[in-house]
Design a protein around this ligand. Structure first.
Ligand SMILES: Cc1ncc(COP(=O)(O)O)c(C=O)c1O
Length: 1016
């Protein structure tokens, strides 16, 4: 990894040296410092008592011994021998601990305790400098309401859930996402919005591809206005490559549109533009429509409280980021990307969409609609691979809008606009030329004598401004600006009067209470928004903290999270997100850093990213990493694009075949298609293993064109297959590269190294294996690790130097993706250490096998290896119940809700099955509780099989049973109310209630309704 330097590019080694020559971060106790050393000469007689490993791993040592004995093993080693093929196991590293990001990498760091890692992260954060940053370019200072920080951002009942697939126990989040969708559609003036995308630039990429796919004339040119952010353009260019789209950058005018009408399927404009100008695009949009092109607007929701909406001037799609709606800058992310469009695109919308439907009792209920499983159904025909998105951040933004309401948002926007107007007039009065054309909202581009010296002067006053060129700087104002900031800005630019005097003069010598009272603060009528927004009651009721807190709590009480019970979702790794890992994310020195802040202000982040890269590559047998992808699927796409760029570089750019097992996650083929690859499926055998012969035959058949093979290991069926090394060899022998889907890494960490098995590139879901919470459907972090021959091609940024020298370009808006949540994985790895992570993997394997063994007498396990063992997850078969009792896996999933549990992964990778993954963090107590529930449900199925309960009207088909279901006068079911809701005694004390009855999916898709119900 290489970071930018204003004078020259310095290598990782150089940075290490510069960090260490600059910093001595000695911490008080135990001599913790950033250059760890194992050469301590004094024995520590007061070792920490708050060690972490035992908090992270659920079962105690004694319980693990018991688990092993129930499986017939004396020790872990013999168990592991039965689970993992011998040649797959990595040689145990003699190091118990990780190396550290140090000049001498032979030094290792001890495993830190919880309090020590707290101090350490504080010290790393202190290496970042908090300087007021007005660089803008899509990232702004925000005032996150403390009520939202405490009640949502730092609340495990909001951040620990998975995507709301189990609708009946997720109504709170679904309602919140519906609020978010309503907010986006209202503010953009379009008819439908999805429930978030990864960021602004990828949302623009999604829009480009969506309209290209629908173009009847199959045109392949996309016109992009030159006045857009460079990062958006870079992502568009990377995306375009896989679809053979020609991105043509121009100053778009009606003439340019007409001249390109034969080739171009659409245009993209930024609104306001990158230099801060605002144009009315009505004529442009109608010219585009006359040429049968579609129009995408990249826009700013806060500005849209004042400006005419994209919907009003004719845009077909509006995209952007909700960052300035209550999301900290966080060195670039995570933030919610938004996507709104006209109704005609509703069935093509990428990402997830929340819709209103009804439940079995006819009451309104929310659910994920239409596109939810898009990639799984359409696979390589899908045009988007979005799976994990930004649910938590979308929810925070929705609460921000709810708290402020339409008036509050407008007030914030008007304040920003008024301050910008005052500054503009003052700058002009002092002789500066402002280069914004037409009008502006918050950003001014200013002609200066020497940009460098002005930027230095600003820095001396404590401000970061943006250097546009040698003679232009720009700055963006935001909701954090105070009168003192204005005073400082006047001084930086040498404006002779004080802001007070200047404002009074503007007001004919009279004083004003607040800038927005000035007559110049009225937004020009021709550009002004004329339509109301956020009229729904939800945006007008919760403006006091008491009311907001109660609304947040009301919603969260409807959702089952890890704070209530285990969520054994196979392939999702719902493990502990520990408080000591989460704490650093709230630190302002991580949260309030702009992604384009000068490098000397972000040394803490750089240290942390380098150290994390070192640990990850060391752990997995790779050489370099990129943290830019902000989901697993985004990592897949980035990794495959890196492979393609490398092959092109070595003169093998014609290679375009990607072999993918039929069992692969749907994002695999979708990502391959997005990278411009042709997918050839590889069969699986009836025992779930990859069909080795089919793979060999296809690798040989396509050897001239073979680009890559995508493998998930252990397989998506939860088995460590034999022959993986040989398989990967075959791919290399036939000229292909190996892409390793690291979603199942929780079975491998510390035990097997993907790099050593033969993988060339691998993505890691830090939001699975490395403890970043799923946030109810995002955020995620999907870094890719690569072997050295691919390192030069890693993603880069047009603004900050990072990534490879022959980079594929950008795959995300910001240089290091969702950087502000990286401290979570970093703290996890530094607390667990190498040995602790290995213990975690062992525990994950043991927990899964323990549960599988407990359930085996009651349910068929779909797959096991020759020793009758699974990996970290296993699949329970429900297929036989259809004939015997009419019961399907969905009924079992819904009945589990009555037992206060979240179902395992439903019908994936095999229809009508349940895939269970307990993770290492679940205790024996919880796993037993879950097994008891499933065993009890099996008994209920047996009663149907034996004719004691009728098919179609029983405890399972009627499940779940919310409270409303019970309060009917007539109860004509063949079971008691008590049995419906308290099937086990423990539920009398510990019951989580679903809030609606079973959802009617078909009704919701037929009657699509994706914004809050109207007031009436
Ligand atoms: C095997 C596998 N691959 C890829 C992904 C995609 O990851 P993400 O949701 O972070 O995009 C998943 C997600 O569940 C998965 O299970």
């Amino acid at each position: 990894m290489v970071f930018a330097s204003s004078k020259k590019t310095i290598s990782l080694q150089g940075i290490v040296k510069s960090i260490h020559s600059n910093c001595s971060l000695l911490l008080p106790r135990r001599n913790i410092h950033l250059t760890y050393s194992n050469k301590t000469s004094h024995k520590n007689f007061v070792p920490p008592l708050d060690t972490f490993g035992r908090r992270h791993i659920g079962p105690s040592k004694e319980e693990q011994e018991y688990q092993l004995s129930t499986l017939g093993y004396k020790d872990f080693e013999s168990f592991l021998n039965d689970v993992i093929p011998g040649n797959v196991r990595a040689k145990e590293n003699s190091n118990k601990h990780f190396p550290s990001f140090d000049i001498d990498k032979s030094h290792t760091a001890p495993n830190y305790s919880e309090s020590e890692v707290g101090e350490l992260t504080e010290n790393v954060a202190n290496k970042n400098k908090l300087v007021k940053t007005l660089i803008g370019m899509g990232y702004y200072n925000v005032k996150v309401p403390p009520a939202i920080i405490r009640n949502v951002f730092e609340n495990p009942e909001w951040y620990t859930q998975y995507t709301p697939y189990q609708t009946e126990i997720s109504q709170g989040r679904l309602e919140s996402m519906m609020n978010y969708q309503t907010m986006v559609t209202d503010l953009t003036g379009l008819s439908i919005s999805n429930a978030s995308l990864l960021d602004e630039a990828t949302a623009a990429g999604e829009a480009m591809v969506m309209i290209m796919a629908g173009d009847r004339k199959k045109r392949k040119t996309f016109l992009v206005d030159s006045n857009i952010y460079p990062n958006t353009l870079s992502v568009l260019r990377t995306r375009a490559r896989g679809f053979n789209i020609d991105v043509k950058v121009a100053d778009i005018s009606p003439e340019v549109i007409t001249a390109n009408e034969k080739d171009a399927f659409g245009i993209l404009v930024q609104y306001p533009t990158a230099d801060g100008s605002i144009f009315d695009y009505t004529h442009l949009a109608s010219a585009a429509h006359s040429s049968n092109m579609h129009v995408v607007a990249v826009t700013d929701l806060l500005a849209l409280t004042l400006m005419k909406t994209p919907g009003e001037w004719g845009a077909d799609v509006a995209v952007g980021s909700t960052q300035r709606f209550g999301l900290p800058m966080g060195f670039g992310g995570p933030h919610a990307g938004f996507f709104a469009c006209k109704d005609e695109f509703k069935r093509k919308l990428p990402g997830r969409l929340v819709g209103l439907s009804k439940d079995r009792l006819g009451n309104p209920a929310y659910r994920l609609a239409l596109q939810t499983r898009e990639q799984h159904i359409r696979r390589e025909k899908a045009t988007s691979n979005v799976c994990t998105a930004q649910a938590l951040l979308a929810n925070m933004s929705a609460f921000y809008a709810i708290y402020h309401g339409p008036e509050g948002l407008k007030h914030i926007a008007s304040r920003i606009y008024s301050l910008t107007q005052v500054l503009k007039l003052a700058l002009e009065s002092a002789g500066y030329k402002i280069s914004n054309k037409n009008h502006f909202f918050d950003t001014l581009t200013i002609n200066v004598h020497c940009a460098n010296s002005l930027i230095e002067r600003a820095l001396a006053h404590g401000y970061n401004l943006h250097k546009v060129s040698d003679t232009f700087v720009s700055l963006s104002l935001d909701e954090s600006i105070t009168s003192e900031d204005l005073r400082q800005l006047f001084s930086i630019f040498g404006i002779p009067s004080s802001p007070e005097t200047f404002i009074e003069n503007l007001n004919n010598g009279k004083s004003v209470n607040s800038v927005e009272e000035l007559s110049v603060s009225v937004f020009p009528e021709e550009l002004r928004r004329q339509t109301p927004y956020l009229q729904h009651i939800v945006f007008n009721r919760y403006h006091s903290e008491t009311e907001l807190m109660r609304y947040i709590r009301y919603l969260q009480s409807k959702d089952l999270s890890l704070a209530h019970a285990m969520i054994p979702l196979g392939s999702c790794t719902m493990k502990l997100n520990a408080a000591s890992e989460m704490n650093p994310v709230s630190n302002p020195k991580f949260a309030n850093i702009h992604p384009y802040a000068p490098k000397d202000q972000v040394q803490g982040y750089k240290y942390l990213i380098n150290d994390l890269e070192l640990m990850l590559t060391n752990l997995t047998g790779f050489d370099a990493a990129s943290f830019q992808p902000n989901s697993g699927a985004s990592g897949e796409y980035a990794g495959l694009s890196v492979i393609r760029a490398y092959q092109k570089y070595i003169g093998e750019g014609h290679r375009n075949i990607c072999l993918i097992p039929v069992s692969a996650h749907g994002t695999n083929p979708a990502s391959a298609a997005m990278a411009g690859l042709k997918v050839v499926p590889v069969k699986c055998l009836s025992n779930g293993n990859l069909d080795f012969d089919d793979l060999k035959a296809k690798a040989e058949k396509y050897s001239n064109d073979l680009a890559a093979f995508m493998v998930t290991y252990p397989s998506t069926f939860g088995i460590f297959e034999h022959g993986v090394k040989e398989t990967l060899n075959i791919i290399h022998q036939n000229g292909g590269q190996v892409y390793f889907d690291g979603a199942n890494m929780n079975a491998m960490v510390g035990l097997c190294k993907a790099g050593d098995l033969g993988a060339d590139v691998c993505h890691f879901n830090l939001h699975k294996t490395f403890c970043i919470p799923h946030g109810g459907g995002g955020p995620g972090v999907g870094p890719i690790c690569v072997k050295s021959h691919l390192a030069d091609f890693l993603p880069s940024s047009p603004v900050v130097q990072c990534g490879g020298s022959k980079s594929i370009g950008s795959v995300s808006s910001s240089p290091y993706g969702s950087a502000s949540i990286l401290p979570i994985s970093w703290a996890y790895m530094r607390m667990m250490g190498l040995d602790g992570l290995r213990d975690a993997s062992k525990a994950a394997l043991l927990n899964a096998n323990y549960m599988a063994a407990r359930l085996a007498p009651y349910y068929k396990l779909v797959y096991a290896n020759e020793n009758n063992r699974c990996a970290h997850e296993f699949i329970l078969d429900a297929r036989e119940f259809k004939a015997s009792s009419g019961i399907e896996a969905t009924d079992i999933a819904k009945r589990l809700q009555d037992y206060s549990f979240h179902a395992p992964t439903l019908s994936w990778p095999i229809t009508n099955t349940l895939m269970v993954e307990p993770t290492e963090s679940e205790s024996m107590y919880e796993m037993d509780r879950f097994c008891d529930a499933l065993i009890s449900i099996r008994q209920e199925i047996r009663e149907i099989e034996e004719g004691k309960q009728p098919k179609g009207n029983n405890l399972l088909t009627n499940a779940p049973h919310p409270q409303r279901d019970l309060v009917t006068e007539e109860w004509n079911r063949p079971y008691s109310r008590e049995r419906a809701v308290y099937p086990l005694p423990i539920l009398l004390e510990r019951k989580f209630w679903p809030t609606v009855a079973r959802i009617d999916d078909a009704y919701g898709d037929k009657n699509l309704f994706c914004t809050c119900a109207p007031m009436q």
